[in-house]
Ligand binder design. Structure first.
Ligand code: BGC
Length: 297
């Protein structure tokens, strides 16, 4: 089936027509800058612009950098906090006027790798990690996705949140040399290995093309490899997911946008703010450019 696959990221929104049987791109990739601030309204408008550039009429699959549970965003670590509690699939479907199926971006990338890339025919536990602005994760057990794992938010190494310690944005902002970055990332991998005992790690995201520059800095007993669908993984996996969802419930995503479950008291915005505060408290996030000195090992 042909689907417009879209990968929504912090800096760019990328799309291409994808053949979901083969994983091939059937068009050029188009990238539009993510609007700033990347509010729901602004991003939906940019998505519409992208769909119009393709003159596409049909289902759209979107990878989105947040927990997406039954179409609703519940986290907003690296995107505008206004997204929390937004029914993303319904919002996008109503703005673009086509059924749109939304999935966590790392889950999308993992689906692409399991179907067409480094995870093809792999059994057991496969863990896909995307290293970019944040760290995304996708876990597959015998090919089945356990959706919405947020392993980039694991707290380890003296209380550091993983993605504040060894994401690609931390590497860039702190100007870390590859060996130093590799040591950091290795500590994270060792911790994941200890907790989950996967059979295979697949590393994707912007950093993966430089894997050889830092992979000698850690030792694992788990096999590790890089994503084969490269930068296209998010778009391909989002399209594959959309094809599956569309076959199951073609009309589900066409309903007009409605707010998510109403908070008991106060406005939805207040609830989102409260949630945000709680999240901040739990994670003690720091601005990306100002990771505390103690993190620099
Ligand atoms: C988000 C994840 C996302 C990852 C990669 C994290 O900050 O919490 O949902 O998959 O970044 O974009």
């Amino acid at each position: 089936m042909m689907i417009l696959g879209v990968d929504i990221g912090g800096s760019g929104i990328k799309g291409a027509l994808i053949d979901t049987e083969t994983g091939e791109l059937k068009s050029d990739r188009i990238r539009i800058e993510t609007p700033q601030p990347a509010t729901p309204k602004a991003v939906a408008k940019t998505l519409k612009e992208l769909v119009d550039r393709f003159e596409w009429k049909g289902p759209v699959g979107c990878g989105f950098p947040a927990t997406i549970h039954h179409g609703i965003a519940y986290t907003a670590a690296n995107i505008d906090k206004e997204w929390i509690n937004v029914p993303v699939d319904k919002l996008f479907s109503s703005v673009i006027g086509q059924p749109c199926y939304v999935i966590n971006d790392a889950d999308a990338a993992g689906i692409a790798e399991m179907k067409f890339g480094a995870g093809k025919n792999e059994k057991g536990v496969v863990m896909m990690l995307t290293i970019g602005t944040g760290i995304g994760s996708a876990i597959f057990v015998n090919g089945e996705l356990h959706p919405n794992t947020e392993l980039g938010h694991l707290i380890f190494k003296k209380g550091h949140i993983a993605e504040h310690y060894c994401s690609d944005s931390v590497r860039q902002n702190k100007d870390l040399k590859w060996n130093k970055f590799g040591k950091r990332f290795g500590k994270f991998l060792n911790y994941l290995e200890f907790l989950f005992n996967p059979d295979l790690f697949i590393i994707g995201g912007g950093c993966s093309k430089n894997f050889d520059k830092f992979s000698d800095q850690f030792k694992l007993r788990t096999r590790i490899t890089t994503a084969k669908t490269l930068n296209y993984a998010g778009m391909i996996g989002a399209a594959v997911n959309a094809a599956e969802q569309h076959a199951k419930a073609p009309a589900a995503a066409e309903a007009p946008a409605e707010p998510a479950a109403k908070p008991e008291a106060g406005t939805e915005k207040e609830a989102a703010e409260q949630k945000d505060k709680k999240q901040k408290k739990a994670e003690k996030p720091e601005p990306r450019k100002a990771e505390p000195e103690k993190a620099a090992k």
